[in-house]
Write a protein that binds this ligand. Structure first.
Ligand code: ZN
Length: 187
Protein backbone atom coordinates (compact mmCIF):
# COMPACT_ATOMS: atom_id res chain seq x y z
CA UNK A 1 0.00 0.00 0.00
CA UNK A 2 1.26 3.44 -0.89
CA UNK A 3 1.10 6.06 1.83
CA UNK A 4 0.64 9.73 1.03
CA UNK A 5 3.66 11.80 2.08
CA UNK A 6 3.33 14.90 4.22
CA UNK A 7 5.14 18.08 3.27
CA UNK A 8 7.17 20.85 4.83
CA UNK A 9 4.97 22.83 7.20
CA UNK A 10 3.07 19.79 8.53
CA UNK A 11 3.34 19.67 12.35
CA UNK A 12 4.28 15.95 12.46
CA UNK A 13 7.57 16.76 10.69
CA UNK A 14 8.50 18.91 13.70
CA UNK A 15 7.75 16.34 16.41
CA UNK A 16 10.20 14.12 18.26
CA UNK A 17 9.28 10.59 17.13
CA UNK A 18 8.68 7.88 19.72
CA UNK A 19 10.61 4.59 19.98
CA UNK A 20 8.66 1.42 19.22
CA UNK A 21 8.83 -2.15 20.53
CA UNK A 22 8.35 -5.59 18.98
CA UNK A 23 4.61 -5.48 19.64
CA UNK A 24 4.00 -2.47 17.44
CA UNK A 25 0.87 -3.49 15.49
CA UNK A 26 1.35 -4.47 11.85
CA UNK A 27 5.04 -3.61 11.82
CA UNK A 28 6.09 -6.02 9.03
CA UNK A 29 3.39 -4.71 6.71
CA UNK A 30 4.19 -1.11 7.62
CA UNK A 31 7.86 -1.63 6.75
CA UNK A 32 6.94 -3.27 3.42
CA UNK A 33 4.57 -0.39 2.65
CA UNK A 34 7.23 2.19 3.51
CA UNK A 35 9.69 0.59 1.06
CA UNK A 36 6.97 0.56 -1.60
CA UNK A 37 6.11 4.21 -0.92
CA UNK A 38 9.77 5.24 -1.02
CA UNK A 39 10.59 3.45 -4.30
CA UNK A 40 7.37 4.66 -5.90
CA UNK A 41 8.46 8.24 -5.17
CA UNK A 42 12.03 7.59 -6.38
CA UNK A 43 13.38 8.22 -2.90
CA UNK A 44 16.44 6.70 -1.24
CA UNK A 45 15.12 7.03 2.29
CA UNK A 46 11.83 7.48 4.09
CA UNK A 47 11.19 8.16 7.78
CA UNK A 48 7.86 7.25 9.40
CA UNK A 49 7.08 10.89 10.33
CA UNK A 50 6.95 11.61 6.57
CA UNK A 51 3.86 9.40 6.37
CA UNK A 52 2.43 11.14 9.43
CA UNK A 53 3.48 8.44 11.91
CA UNK A 54 5.57 9.84 14.73
CA UNK A 55 7.61 6.70 15.44
CA UNK A 56 11.32 5.90 15.18
CA UNK A 57 11.29 3.88 11.98
CA UNK A 58 13.29 4.52 8.80
CA UNK A 59 13.73 2.67 5.53
CA UNK A 60 16.71 3.26 3.25
CA UNK A 61 17.28 1.84 -0.23
CA UNK A 62 19.77 2.91 -2.88
CA UNK A 63 21.75 1.36 -5.70
CA UNK A 64 25.46 1.40 -4.85
CA UNK A 65 27.62 3.45 -7.19
CA UNK A 66 30.57 1.67 -8.77
CA UNK A 67 33.41 4.08 -9.55
CA UNK A 68 35.27 1.65 -11.82
CA UNK A 69 32.43 1.20 -14.26
CA UNK A 70 30.61 4.49 -13.54
CA UNK A 71 27.33 2.65 -13.07
CA UNK A 72 24.79 2.03 -10.36
CA UNK A 73 24.71 -1.58 -9.27
CA UNK A 74 21.78 -3.91 -8.63
CA UNK A 75 20.28 -4.92 -6.31
CA UNK A 76 19.63 -1.93 -4.10
CA UNK A 77 21.31 -1.83 -0.70
CA UNK A 78 18.50 -1.74 1.87
CA UNK A 79 18.50 -0.92 5.56
CA UNK A 80 15.59 -0.79 7.99
CA UNK A 81 16.41 1.30 11.05
CA UNK A 82 14.28 0.90 14.17
CA UNK A 83 15.02 3.19 17.14
CA UNK A 84 18.33 4.31 15.61
CA UNK A 85 20.84 6.25 17.66
CA UNK A 86 23.94 8.06 16.41
CA UNK A 87 26.69 7.27 18.93
CA UNK A 88 29.52 9.20 17.30
CA UNK A 89 30.26 11.36 14.29
CA UNK A 90 33.34 10.23 12.34
CA UNK A 91 35.65 11.94 9.88
CA UNK A 92 35.44 15.23 8.08
CA UNK A 93 32.27 17.06 7.21
CA UNK A 94 31.43 17.04 3.52
CA UNK A 95 28.91 18.74 1.26
CA UNK A 96 26.45 16.57 -0.64
CA UNK A 97 23.41 17.60 -2.66
CA UNK A 98 20.26 16.50 -0.84
CA UNK A 99 16.58 16.51 -1.54
CA UNK A 100 13.60 15.30 0.45
CA UNK A 101 10.27 13.75 -0.55
CA UNK A 102 8.59 16.14 1.94
CA UNK A 103 10.24 19.19 0.32
CA UNK A 104 9.74 18.70 -3.43
CA UNK A 105 11.72 20.70 -6.01
CA UNK A 106 14.40 21.85 -3.58
CA UNK A 107 17.92 20.43 -3.75
CA UNK A 108 20.70 21.95 -1.71
CA UNK A 109 24.23 21.09 -0.62
CA UNK A 110 24.22 20.01 3.00
CA UNK A 111 27.28 19.65 5.23
CA UNK A 112 27.36 16.40 7.23
CA UNK A 113 29.93 14.02 8.64
CA UNK A 114 31.22 11.38 6.23
CA UNK A 115 30.76 8.59 8.76
CA UNK A 116 28.87 7.79 11.94
CA UNK A 117 28.81 5.08 14.55
CA UNK A 118 25.20 3.93 14.58
CA UNK A 119 23.16 1.65 16.79
CA UNK A 120 19.81 0.36 15.50
CA UNK A 121 17.48 -2.60 15.37
CA UNK A 122 16.71 -4.11 11.99
CA UNK A 123 13.34 -5.54 10.86
CA UNK A 124 14.18 -8.87 12.55
CA UNK A 125 14.95 -7.02 15.80
CA UNK A 126 18.64 -7.84 15.56
CA UNK A 127 20.67 -5.11 17.19
CA UNK A 128 23.50 -3.52 15.18
CA UNK A 129 26.27 -1.24 16.31
CA UNK A 130 28.43 -0.34 13.35
CA UNK A 131 30.59 2.34 11.87
CA UNK A 132 28.96 3.31 8.60
CA UNK A 133 30.19 5.54 5.80
CA UNK A 134 29.34 6.98 2.41
CA UNK A 135 25.81 6.96 1.05
CA UNK A 136 24.39 4.87 3.92
CA UNK A 137 25.77 7.32 6.50
CA UNK A 138 24.54 10.32 4.52
CA UNK A 139 20.98 9.04 4.11
CA UNK A 140 20.87 7.74 7.70
CA UNK A 141 21.77 11.19 9.06
CA UNK A 142 19.10 12.85 6.90
CA UNK A 143 16.43 10.34 7.99
CA UNK A 144 17.38 10.38 11.68
CA UNK A 145 16.97 14.17 11.57
CA UNK A 146 13.32 13.49 10.61
CA UNK A 147 12.91 11.46 13.82
CA UNK A 148 14.08 14.49 15.79
CA UNK A 149 11.72 16.93 14.07
CA UNK A 150 14.42 18.32 11.80
CA UNK A 151 14.56 18.67 8.02
CA UNK A 152 17.54 19.21 5.73
CA UNK A 153 16.79 22.87 5.03
CA UNK A 154 17.38 23.54 8.76
CA UNK A 155 21.08 22.96 8.04
CA UNK A 156 21.28 25.75 5.46
CA UNK A 157 22.62 29.23 6.06
CA UNK A 158 20.20 32.05 6.89
CA UNK A 159 20.88 33.59 3.46
CA UNK A 160 20.12 30.34 1.66
CA UNK A 161 16.92 29.85 3.68
CA UNK A 162 15.81 33.39 2.87
CA UNK A 163 16.38 32.69 -0.83
CA UNK A 164 14.28 29.54 -0.59
CA UNK A 165 11.46 31.16 1.36
CA UNK A 166 9.06 31.45 -1.56
CA UNK A 167 9.65 27.85 -2.67
CA UNK A 168 9.22 26.57 0.89
CA UNK A 169 6.03 28.58 1.18
CA UNK A 170 4.75 26.90 -1.99
CA UNK A 171 5.30 23.52 -0.31
CA UNK A 172 3.52 24.70 2.86
CA UNK A 173 0.52 25.80 0.77
CA UNK A 174 0.53 22.64 -1.38
CA UNK A 175 1.47 24.52 -4.56
CA UNK A 176 3.77 21.73 -5.77
CA UNK A 177 3.39 19.02 -8.34
CA UNK A 178 4.76 15.60 -7.48
CA UNK A 179 4.67 12.25 -9.22
CA UNK A 180 3.60 10.75 -5.89
CA UNK A 181 0.65 11.50 -3.63
CA UNK A 182 1.07 14.12 -0.92
CA UNK A 183 -1.29 14.74 1.97
CA UNK A 184 -2.21 18.43 2.21
CA UNK A 185 -1.20 20.33 5.33
CA UNK A 186 -4.05 21.06 7.71
CA UNK A 187 -5.01 24.69 7.95
ZN1 ZN B 1 13.71 13.90 4.06
Amino acid sequence: MLYPIIGYGHPTLRKQAQPIDKDYPGLDQLIADMYETMYNADGVGLAAPQIDLSIQLVVIGFRPYDEKTDTYLEPAEEHTLINPEILEFIGEKQYFNEGCLSIPDIHEDVLRHEGIRLRWYDEKWQIHEEEIHGMFARVAQHEIDHLKGKVFTDHLSTIRKTMLKRKLNDVICGRVRTAYRMKPNKK
